[in-house]
Design a protein around this ligand. Sequence first.
Ligand SMILES: N[C@@H](CCC(=O)N[C@@H](CS)C(=O)NCC(=O)O)C(=O)O
Length: 362
Amino acid sequence: MALSPRKIIVEDRIAPLDATSDQPALFDGTTRLYMSYTCPFAQRVWIIRNLKVTRLKKLKMNKMVAYTQTKTDSDYTVNYFKKFMNQIFERVLLLNTYSSMASPIVVEERPALLDATADPPALFDGTTRLYTSYVCPFAQRVWITRNFKGLQEKIKLVPLDLGNRPAWYKEKVYPENKVPALEHNGKIIGESLDLIKYLDNTFEGPSLYPEDHAKREFGDELLKYTDTFVKTMYMSLKGDPFRETGENIDCSMFRSIKGEIMEDMTGMFFFTAAPVLDYLENALYKFDDGPFFLGQLSLVDIAYIPFVERFQIVLNELLKCDITAERPKLSSWIEQMNKIDGYAQTKIDPKEIVEIFKKKFM
Ligand SMILES: N[C@@H](CCC(=O)N[C@@H](CS)C(=O)NCC(=O)O)C(=O)O
């Protein structure tokens, strides 16, 4: 049925009130609908109001007109939904990374440290044990992997007091006398990088290494580079890059500028550490399906984070250097890592980290 324009109430829309607007004469007997022209919830009430108004005025208004008068510009609506959907997709991507991939959050009490006076556990009784130290970044790699895979029940933590280690550890458990070491199926396995791979391949839980060939290849390269990264960063703190050179480190760059920068510890740090930090920054551009080195969280992120965490804290505290300055990818990677529970639970007090470094390097 065609509508007669005379019978339709067409209201001028009142301009929306913003932070600069005066309030209406509140509670003066006027009935007011506080709403927004773009809010679908408010729109429901607005439509009903329009329908009621037409009834009160005894006008035969087409019901659809009561609705069409409330519609928002379609471009605005499309853009609004695009923005909204993008936000949802971003969240889904992050949820995929942190929730569906990670095992449910388990909050553990940290077992007490075993020192020289402590008895050994019932060795090789079938219990899987991770011999660890809460302050050791190598051991932290394995601890994060265990947590992320949801193996808290399967792998028992045995934390040692490294400064006052029990003699039985070297004699009966791990002759290398280092942490981490894993007791599993009657054998002891050491070396953090081997251990994180072992945990990932041997135990259940989400896989921490992608199937994709290009990602695996790049992952292998990055895992190999951890050694260079760690040695170079430690070296930069020792102040003299020639005292201890890692096998793979090209120091030629430092040699040419050595004269000008040797007195300046901060300059020394920058010249030594910048290339390896830039290596990480550039590596983070390689895959764009997530904020991590191989897109999604993997063993590569776990291998680097305990060290990056320490260097960030210590350099900030002692040299007032921000390792993430002008390294946006590194900055957002650290931010994303901090959101992962299995990692957050393994952190120690930053003050303790600074003290350890001071003792070692200052
Ligand atoms: N390459 C080993 C290094 C382990 C390591 O150096 N652990 C230190 C603690 S952070 C340790 O046990 N040090 C005791 C010592 O050297 O006596 C790994 O990746 O697991």
